[in-house]
Ligand binder design. Structure first.
Ligand SMILES: Nc1ncnc2c1ncn2[C@@H]1O[C@H](COP(=O)(O)OP(=O)(O)OP(=O)(O)O)[C@@H](O)[C@H]1O
Ligand SMILES: [Mg+2]
Length: 505
């Protein structure tokens, strides 16, 4: 299909080129013939410009008192025509009417010759190429020579000599035709052949590259996604090749992205089902034990079992809640409802709420409040969620006697919020991973977390992923610095609320 398409295209172009060449060749021959003919006519007129004046000189004595001495004039004119058979001599009166002529073998069809060209010829002294009427061929213009006949200072007529008689025309036509055909024919054949050969070669090169492009596109379509068009030549075909290659790259990237997303989705489903299964099986196990051993277990054991069940249900609730929140954030279903508020107040609030849990672990929360910090423009409840998650982590991953600092700083157009702890810290290689959903250090260290640990720690691994997403929809980013066994510091910036002053009219 491709091959026949291209050979068709190639021959179509070749035929068009050939036709074009023939048209150009014909035009060339026509223009050359016309120019040569004009050259000979003009040359003929210039050379014979004086001819009519010469005839007048000879005729004048025979033109006595306004009457033509036909016998002597015939003699002179015939002798002139015998010397130069290419001419026809006419005697005209002042109005251009033909009085006498020398054209013995042919019929003269016009009675009158137009005086316009004759006057022009006499005025320019024959130095300009002018054509006049041909009395034998009405409607056809011929080069001529003309002169006035004057008697005693009075204009009494004209001598009008047609320089290209019919005999001359036939001879010239044959010769010109012959020469032009030989000269034009040779030139045309050489030019045509060279142009045709070169044209065919160029088209062959172009179609060959086009063929290559089609082949690559077809291979790509058939699934050879690494196929690219070799970028040769320049101009449009190069643009086509480059654009196709870029498009192929885009398609490949998009496919890679889809594959990665699909892989993540599968992982997510696996993780979610695992995380949901764990607390569920704990609940199931304890409920079953309590039912089976209802008669034998002590009330102390019963309390312990119920507490474990409660923790598992809390974890389930948190997991489902967090997953729901994260998927809404990822699906862009949550848009921040931005409003101006004092971040320092929010910081105080969150510190207060976490104070009790911190004290239980013998941790101190230090809110560093700078009263010069202006209002920020953000979604207050979403930012509260961010602070809660960061504080939760700081408490969860800090050890006895640790200090948690939560501070705000004014940075011109932004306010920086920073939560720092003196806890266990994060290994350097894990720092870029902690914002991934389901990332959990205890999991990464030991592979899989034990069910009991998981329940106890109530860690889902979604907290920082939620933080990152919330800040993303605020066009903000979270920064983390951490040192193992020294502590971690999480910070982000929010834009300052700009008061728009009303314009005074
Ligand atoms: N302040 C911190 N100090 C040390 N490690 C931390 C700190 N904050 C987070 N991490 C590490 O990053 C991991 C991811 O934190 P993230 O908050 O996303 O999950 P999580 O706390 O395990 O579970 P949850 O979904 O309940 O928040 C944690 O498991 C922990 O290993
Ligand atoms: Mg957390």
């Amino acid at each position: 299909m491709t091959k026949s398409f291209f050979s068709n295209l190639y021959w179509k172009i070749a035929a068009t080129l050939l036709l074009l060449m023939v048209v150009i060749g014909c035009a060339y021959v026509f223009i050359t013939a016309d120019t040569v003919q004009r050259y000979f006519q003009e040359k003929n007129q210039r050379l014979n410009a004086e001819l009519a004046a010469h005839v007048v000189k000879e005729v004048k004595p025979t033109y006595l008192h306004g009457k033509v001495d036909e016998a002597s004039m015939d003699k002179i004119m015939h002798s002139m025509m015998a010397i130069n058979p290419s001419i026809e001599v006419y005697l005209l009166d002042v109005d251009g009417n033909i009085l006498n002529y020398v054209a013995p073998y042919k019929k003269v069809k016009l009675d009158k010759v137009g005086l316009g060209p004759i006057h022009e010829f006499i005025e320019t002294k024959g130095q300009q190429f002018i054509k006049g009427d041909d009395p034998r061929n009405p409607g056809i213009k011929k080069e001529f020579s003309a002169a006035t006949i004057d008697e005693e200072g009075q204009l009494i007529g004209y001598v009008y000599v047609v320089l290209a008689s019919e005999e001359y025309d036939i001879a010239a036509h044959d010769l010109i035709g012959n020469y032009i055909m030989r000269l034009g024919g040779k030139t045309m054949i050489i030019t045509l052949l060279t142009a045709l050969l070169m044209g065919l070669m160029i088209f062959w090169l172009i179609t060959r590259y086009l063929n290559q492009i089609i082949k690559s596109v077809k291979r790509f379509k058939e699934g050879h996604l690494k196929e690219r068009i070799p970028v040769k030549s320049s101009g449009e075909l190069k643009t086509l090749a480059v654009t196709f290659n870029e498009m192929a790259e885009e398609i490949l990237n998009s496919m890679e992205k889809i594959k990665t997303t699909e892989k993540l989705r599968r992982e997510l489903v696996a993780n979610v089902s695992h995380d949901l299964r764990t607390p569920l099986s704990v609940i199931h196990g304890y409920v079953e034990t309590m039912l089976m051993k209802a008669q034998t277990i002590t009330s102390e054991q019963q309390k312990q079992y119920l507490e474990t069940i409660l923790k598992s249900t809390e974890r389930l609730k948190k997991l489902v809640g967090d997953l729901f929140e994260l998927s809404k954030l990822e699906a862009h279903e949550i848009t921040p409802k931005k409003e101006p508020f004092f971040i320092t107040e929010l910081v105080q609030d969150v510190s207060q709420k976490h104070k009790l849990i911190a004290e239980e672990k013998n941790l101190t929360i230090v809110p560093v409040v700078d009263n010069n910090v202006p209002m920020v423009h953000a979604d207050i409840s979403l930012i509260e969620r961010v602070l809660q998650n960061l504080m939760d982590n700081a408490i969860k991953y800090s050890t006895d006697g640790g200090v948690i600092t939560i501070e705000t700083h004014n940075h011109g157009n932004n306010v920086e919020v920073k939560v720092t702890d003196t806890g266990q810290g994060i290994p350097e290689e894990d720092i870029p991973l902690v914002f991934d959903r389901y990332f959990n250090l205890s999991k990464s260290a030991s592979g899989v977390l034990k069910d009991q640990d998981l329940v106890a720690k109530s860690s889902v691994g979604l907290g920082l992923a939620i933080v990152k997403k919330i800040l993303e929809i605020h066009n903000a980013t979270i920064h983390l610095t951490s040192k193992l066994n020294k502590g971690s510091s999480f910070s982000f910036r929010l834009p300052v609320y700009q008061v728009i002053k009303p314009v005074k009219v």
